[in-house]
Design a binder for this molecule. Structure first.
Ligand SMILES: [Zn+2]
Length: 205
């Protein structure tokens, strides 16, 4: 068994604790301010894998359900999120539109798959998947490139502008996207990286 012990500083009041490998994967709180330093192993992993699965399902809805309905006199149509991103792009803007699709769809999906790949075996009581450590590291490294929330800000601005010209209605994919942004924020805020890494390193199943 690889022994992983180390120090954790409380992010709120700066007390430093030295934890053994066993303590790293249990639920611990700061004795001075009560901040939750580490989640229990099963709770941390269940939460991450559950939220990653939720993100994947929501992304499926985003891709295949209508994103916006437009009704401008004779033109009446529904548009998917891909139509919305690519529809307004011409000439030099086309590569940019594809980049937007990568940042709002491909990267978030890849992160979910990497997290599930790295952590689901732990949840099921199996040994680590091949390259689980690299997968988890990539999931964290890709985080700044997942920009769904920035896209939603852009869509909100566009909706306000379009509202004067056409009747715009939001579709199921729009609301799935809103939920996705909330789920991802929750995922990133409450992810206990320390517990995840220690669990991977000490998995002997
Ligand atoms: Zn504290």
């Amino acid at each position: 068994m690889i022994h992983v012990s180390g120090c954790i500083a409380c992010p709120h009041c700066d007390v430093i604790y030295r934890f053994s490998a066993e303590e790293m994967v249990t639920r611990t709180r700061c004795v001075r301010c009560g901040y939750q330093l580490t989640l229990g192993k099963s709770e941390a992993i269940t939460r991450v894998v559950g939220l990653a699965l939720t993100s994947t399902i929501l992304m499926g809805i985003v891709l295949f359900a209508p994103f916006l309905y437009l009704d401008a006199g004779p033109f009446d149509s529904s548009a998917s999120v891909v139509d919305v991103v690519l529809g307004f792009a011409t000439g030099i803007m086309v590569p940019l539109a594809f980049a937007v699709l990568v940042f709002i769809i491909v990267v978030p999906l890849a992160r979910s798959f990497l997290l599930i790949y790295a952590l689901a075996p732990l949840l099921a009581g199996y040994g680590n998947a091949v390259g689980a450590q690299s997968a988890l590291r990539w999931a964290f490294q890709l985080k700044p490139w997942a920009m769904a929330e920035i896209f939603m800000v852009g869509v909100a601005v566009a909706l306000v502008k379009l509202a004067g010209m056409a009747t715009v209605d939001t579709g199921a994919a729009f609301w799935a996207f809103v939920l996705l942004v909330i789920v991802n924020t929750f995922q990133d805020t409450f992810m206990c990286r320390n517990t995840l890494w220690t669990s991977l390193a000490t998995n002997t199943a």
